[in-house]
Design a protein around this ligand. Structure first.
Ligand code: GRF
Length: 221
C-alpha cells in the first residue's frame, strides 16, 4: 500500500467508526430495503443497517437481510400478549443493535405507541402517495385510490411516524405522473421506482441534518 492508499484506508476506518446504525422494519417484498443496501454500497447513504425486524416470518425481505449478512429478527405482534409487549420486544431489539434511526420500509402493523415514544422523531415511513392524499391502507390501496380518484399526479412521501397513522410531519415527497392507460400495477411500479430513490436520500438527510419542526413543517438544516 502506498502512502496515499494507506491514508485513504485510515480515513475510511475513521469514517466507518462514526457511521450511524439504522434499524429497518419490514413485512414483505423488501425492495425498499434492497434500495437502502444499494445506496450504502454506492456511497450515497452513509449508514449501516444494524438490524432488520420483520412482522412476517415469510417475508422475502428476510432473504435480502441474510444476503447482506445483517441480523434479522421476526417479531409477530399476534404472538405477544399485547401490541405493547410486541412493541417492547421491538424496542429491545433496536436498542441492542444500537439503532439511532428506525425506517419502516413496507412495515404493515401499526406500531405501538411505546415504540413511537422510545424514538421520538426518529422513526420514518415511506408511503406510496402524496400525503395527505390517500393516507391509510397498505400498498396497493393508496395507488388504487389515486387511480380511482382520477388524479393526474401521485407519488410517494417519506414522513415521521407519529401515533396517528400516515399523519406525521412530511420529510420528503416526489411526484409521479398518472397516465390514462394506467393500471394499479403499472402505477405502483412507477411509484416504487421513485420510492427507491427517495427513501435512501431522506435517510441520509435525516441522519446528517438538524431537524427543526415549525408547526407541521419539517426544516432540515
Ligand atoms: C411500498 O410501496 C411502500 O411505499 C409501502 O409498502 C411498499 C413496500 O414495498 N409502505 P417493499 O416491501 O419495500 O418492496
Amino acid at each position: 500500500m502506498n502512502t496515499a492508499e494507506s491514508e485513504a484506508a485510515s480515513q475510511d476506518i475513521t469514517h466507518n467508526a462514526d457511521i450511524p446504525t439504522i434499524g429497518v422494519l419490514v413485512s414483505g417484498r423488501g425492495s425498499n430495503l434492497e434500495a437502502i443496501f444499494d445506496a450504502i454500497a454506492r456511497g450515497a447513504l452513509h449508514a449501516r443497517v444494524g438490524i432488520v425486524i420483520s412482522s412476517n416470518p415469510n417475508a422475502p425481505a428476510l432473504g435480502i437481510a441474510a444476503a447482506h449478512e445483517v441480523p434479522a429478527r421476526v417479531i409477530v405482534p399476534k404472538d405477544y400478549a399485547s401490541r405493547a409487549e410486541a412493541g417492547m420486544a421491538i424496542i429491545a431489539a433496536l436498542r441492542a443493535a444500537g439503532a439511532v434511526l428506525v425506517v419502516l420500509a413496507g412495515y404493515k402493523p401499526i406500531l405501538d405507541g411505546c415504540v413511537v415514544g422510545a424514538y421520538p422523531m426518529r422513526i420514518i415511513n415511506i408511503h406510496p402517495s402524496l400525503l395527505p392524499a390517500f393516507a391509510g391502507g397498505m400498498a396497493p390501496r393508496p395507488q388504487a385510490d389515486a387511480l380511482a380518484a382520477g388524479v393526474k399526479i401521485s407519488g410517494c412521501t417519506v414522513h415521521f411516524v407519529t401515533e396517528a397513522v400516515d399523519e406525521g410531519p412530511i420529510i420528503a415527497q416526489a411526484p409521479v405522473p398518472v397516465y390514462d392507460d394506467d393500471t394499479v400495477e403499472r402505477l405502483s411500479a412507477r411509484i416504487l421506482d421513485v420510492e427507491h430513490r427517495l427513501l435512501p436520500q431522506a435517510i441520509e438527510r435525516i441522519l446528517y441534518s438538524t431537524v427543526r419542526l415549525e408547526g407541521r413543517r419539517v426544516i432540515l438544516i
